[in-house]
Design a binder for this molecule. Sequence first.
Ligand SMILES: Cc1cc2nc3c(=O)[nH]c(=O)nc-3n(C[C@H](O)[C@H](O)[C@H](O)COP(=O)(O)OP(=O)(O)OC[C@H]3O[C@@H](n4cnc5c(N)ncnc54)[C@H](O)[C@@H]3O)c2cc1C
Length: 506
Amino acid sequence: MKKVDTVVIGSGISGLTVSALIATKGHSVTLLEAAKKPGGSIRRFYRKGFPFDTGFHYTGGLGEKGVLRALWNYLDITSLLEIIPFPDNACDELFIEPKNINFKVRFSYELFENELIKSFPQNKQGIKKYIRLIKDICDQIPFFNFDLPLSNPSDLYNRSLTSSLLDTIKTLNIDNKTLTTILSYPIFFYGVPPKKASLLAHSMVTNTFLSGTFWIKNGGQGIINAFTKRLKELDVEIKTDHCVNKIHIKNHKIYAVESKDEIIYTKNVVYTGHPSLLLNLIPQEIFRPAYITRLKELENTPSMFIVFAIAEQEYISPYKWRNCFLLNENIELFSFQDSNLEQSSLMLTALGLRDGHKNKNTFCLLRPFLFSKVEGIKDVNLKLCQNKSIYKSQQYYDWKKRVTLDILKTIEEKWDIPQNKVEVLETASPITFWEEILSPEGATYGISHNIYQFAPTARTKIPGLWLSGQSTLMPGIVGASLSALMTAGEICGGLSNFWEEIKLCL
Ligand SMILES: Cc1cc2nc3c(=O)[nH]c(=O)nc-3n(C[C@H](O)[C@H](O)[C@H](O)COP(=O)(O)OP(=O)(O)OC[C@H]3O[C@@H](n4cnc5c(N)ncnc54)[C@H](O)[C@@H]3O)c2cc1C
């Protein structure tokens, strides 16, 4: 009979982090993962021997005063990683249609502000106020300003405290559509349209990458490898191919977790998957009806369609430290009001070169996509722990080819990468995300962190049942890691037990 202090469900970055944190405080931990390999969204996969990353292209938070750097130092992870800062000339390059405006976002507050003022001198005051606002908001958050006392970090879960990004931009007297598109583009990293995006969430994400941007050798797999090594040292057992199908509860107390044909006895469970799927694991009467309805009705972020490809180095080398974004200032990103594929946005990111690969090089093309626009599927009720249960007809595969061709046509027209020089090795649709990381509707970033919806917090009404992951605090490597820190704090008697020690690790 296996017995541990805590079972963590899901081995994405939040599951790995929460396991490491509570194990350092002496908990015996078992980490259960449904997939065959650990890592969740940041897992790397290979096609024809070429490595591809899905959920990690770059991150902030690793600079001198970065919260991720402090956390990873505390967990003895940093020394196991090769962290590569983006060079000074690196940028996100935005191509804004229909006026064909090209704008380079440098990963520094100062350079971003200067470039904005140079391009939009008539909006100088509004731009300065916008930048000040983002900085001021983050200066009041202990995770970004280590001098602050840890007041009430749970306020961070509450998005409704702030106004929407779009309303805020309007109050700064910015009515220029191109400028609004540039200021809003970081929503690409959390998937909420500007009219719903919370200024608080937007500020945290924008601040993270304007404070410096980083690549990690071997991408997400580099992070997973470092964590699995450290977790082994901490005696945390990771069991993959173990989809949890039941959390046993008696007298309102947790006593076991069931996966496959194994039962592990425990009093604490951390669930890092999508909150709505938690309802499949517990007896429904355990939660109040209002909480059940809330979890069931959580609005998700949109999904993505991704093309994973290789091309000769000469076509890809300009993009080594430059991510390209195609945006349309007349279409609000992530609002999906327009159904024309050609008018959707697109991101190009070339990761192989960052890892030092020679000759042929890998790159990804990411297009935000709605699950409801997928063609040729049936029986879309994902049965938990029965992966790949969605029926896909020939129409689905034909549709995937069509979308892929459209994306390739776009990069030939916009970024001069000839279609016949590109070899597509894999594609991922919203269905892929649904099946691979158990994300309902293939939601890229879990639930939508917007001003109209409360995110579930770490604490549930059931003693010993905790939530963590991108759907609680924030998405992204930084957001999901901080969610893990918040949850570990709840489990181990208060966040300050970790935070005071973490702060000293820079
Ligand atoms: C296309 C894409 C691009 C991205 N790009 C970036 C980027 O460049 N930079 C960045 O910082 N962030 C990026 N992100 C976001 C980032 O990857 C995620 O926010 C983060 O990895 C989420 O981590 P998580 O642990 O919360 O969830 P996940 O990684 O989704 O992990 C949850 C895990 O739980 C498992 N699970 C669920 N239910 C069960 C169950 N019943 N039993 C067992 N296991 C279960 C799932 O299989 C999964 O492995 C990107 C995401 C995507 C999808």
